[in-house]
Design a protein around this ligand. Sequence first.
Ligand code: PDD
Length: 268
Amino acid sequence: MFDRGFLYGDSVYEVMRTYGGKPFAWAAHWERLESSARRLGMSLGWTTADATTALKATLEESGNAESYVRVVVTRGAGPIGLDPALATTPNRVIIVKELSSPPAELYERGCKLRIVSVQRSGAGVDPRAKSGNYLSSIQALREALAAGAYEAVMKNAEGALCEGSSSNLFIVRRGEVATPPLDAGILEGITRRTVMTICKRRGILARERTLQADDLYEADEAFITSSIREVMPVASCDDHTIASGRPGPLTRAITDVYRRIATETASF
Ligand code: PDD
């Protein structure tokens, strides 16, 4: 009840999924958890080795074929008050549940996005820290769902596109892949990073670029990325169909390579 994660969202977390029962990019997720904690001046009180052992044991015990994994560390419990020094012992939780992937239809037909009025990183929380404070994402998603869309796209104070409520955004234009830069105020997604590496290795031009709404509306292809969704094509945004409204060839190619890499490299 007095846990600061519960009271204030004073926590950091990671979400990943397994392939063949093993997590994909565990090392990168762990590194980001550490980096999020540093940004919030929080101690994880957990060694990499201990966390890995705990994750392995939790996955084994679950008996799931494939799992959704959520690793949460809160600043701990203490007397009510904002001063972080009121809590001294972090609470650590690993949640594992049967993986439920998004419906296949979303990959075959593409999803619908909505550019929302909710601004990314409004509350002075560093967007690069994956903290438990997700209120702006929740408000953004509410707005998108109310408009009949699947995922929101948030803008920053300058009006440039940032990212989804729980995904990163990519467009393809004239054979070049583009995604908003980190200084747009976004989370550095691990799927995003993997997609950039795939592009580099395959000779696909890919760069970080400031994107406006029109860049998305007029794109040849668009897709969103996250650990659970992997690479998901976008069919439309607001009242604009993206090109033919069908998943494009580069999106499909990147999706296939991503799945292969995740499957081949998943490990503890
Ligand atoms: N969220 N941006 C935001 C705001 C996110 O919450 C997420 C992921 C991403 C994509 O990051 P990654 O590729 O590392 O999963 C981008 C997770 C999946 C979640 O909160 O469920």
